[in-house]
Ligand binder design. Structure first.
Ligand SMILES: Nc1nc2c(ncn2[C@@H]2O[C@H](COP(=O)(O)OP(=O)(O)OP(=O)(O)O)[C@@H](O)[C@H]2O)c(=O)[nH]1
Ligand SMILES: [Mg+2]
Length: 231
């Protein structure tokens, strides 16, 4: 009897992609789908499924990082217009876990009232969103640790959940400068926020660098938790 082809083995080929099978962490993130958008607290999905949030300065590269990590070009709408994303976009993984693309902070041309709204929202979200398992904080490697990045650390309750920093757009710097920036951010964070569980890595969505390292961290946060999809 002929075997039915196993659909799960059909993986789209990318030019230049290695022929290695995807890791368990990559498989966990690979089938993210857009779920919903929230502009206010009451529009957030029910607090329950494990959630990973992506935060950072406007234009830092949050959406591009989500696209790279989920291998889903265009899903998280990377834009050339900074500050365009003024709501939270939620994506759902096959396991039911959620990825939350938070609005970028610090974009000067967003009206002050809207900026204040999102600052309050982010502070509350980090303090009260019980299903948060970790925060991926995206920083442009050329401008790391801005005052607003630090404010995000200040809002965290120590020990509440871990933070993983992606120093993205690393393709914009020479190798030695990348290494120096990585060391500098690592030592500043461990000196200034000793009570927060924080890790830092180099990343480039453009050159697809650092993807599996970040996928492993997120997968470890989700720790095999599955969630009923249709709640
Ligand atoms: N060179 C380089 N450019 C990048 C990289 N990641 C993102 N970009 C560019 O940076 C710009 C902003 O990227 P987004 O992913 O839209 O950034 P964002 O943080 O989601 O922006 P907002 O949603 O507006 O806050 C776009 O023009 C991207 O093409 C990268 O790794 N390298
Ligand atoms: Mg965005």
């Amino acid at each position: 009897m002929r075997r039915q082809p196993d659909k799960r083995r059909i993986v789209p080929k990318r030019s230049g992609a290695a022929e290695r099978p995807p890791s368990a962490a990559a498989r966990l993130l690979r089938r993210a789908e857009f779920l919903t958008t929230a502009a206010e607290w009451r529009q957030l999905p029910i607090d329950g499924a494990p959630e990973i949030a992506f935060a950072g300065r406007s234009n830092a590269g949050k959406s591009s990082a989500i696209n790279a990590l989920t291998q889903h070009a265009g899903m998280a709408f990377a834009s050339k217009t900074p500050g365009r994303t003024q709501h939270i976009n939620f994506f759902r993984l096959d396991s039911g876990a959620l990825l939350a693309d938070l609005p970028g902070y610090g974009y000067a041309q967003v009206p002050a009232q809207v900026r204040r709204h999102w600052q309050h929202f982010l502070a509350r979200y980090l303090a009260e969103r019980d299903c948060l398992r970790g925060l991926v904080l995206i920083m442009d490697i050329r401008h790391p640790l801005t005052a607003l990045d630090r404010q995000t650390f200040d809002w965290l309750l120590p020990g509440h959940f871990p933070i993983h920093v992606l120093l993205t757009k690393s393709d914009k710097l020479a190798r030695a400068e990348q290494k120096a920036a990585l060391e500098q951010v690592r030592s500043a964070l461990s000196a200034d926020y000793p009570a927060t569980e924080v890790s830092v890595q180099l990343f480039s969505a453009r050159e697809r660098k650092g993807i599996s390292e970040a996928q492993e961290v997120i997968a470890s946060w989700l720790n095999g938790e599955a969630w009923i999809r249709d709640f």
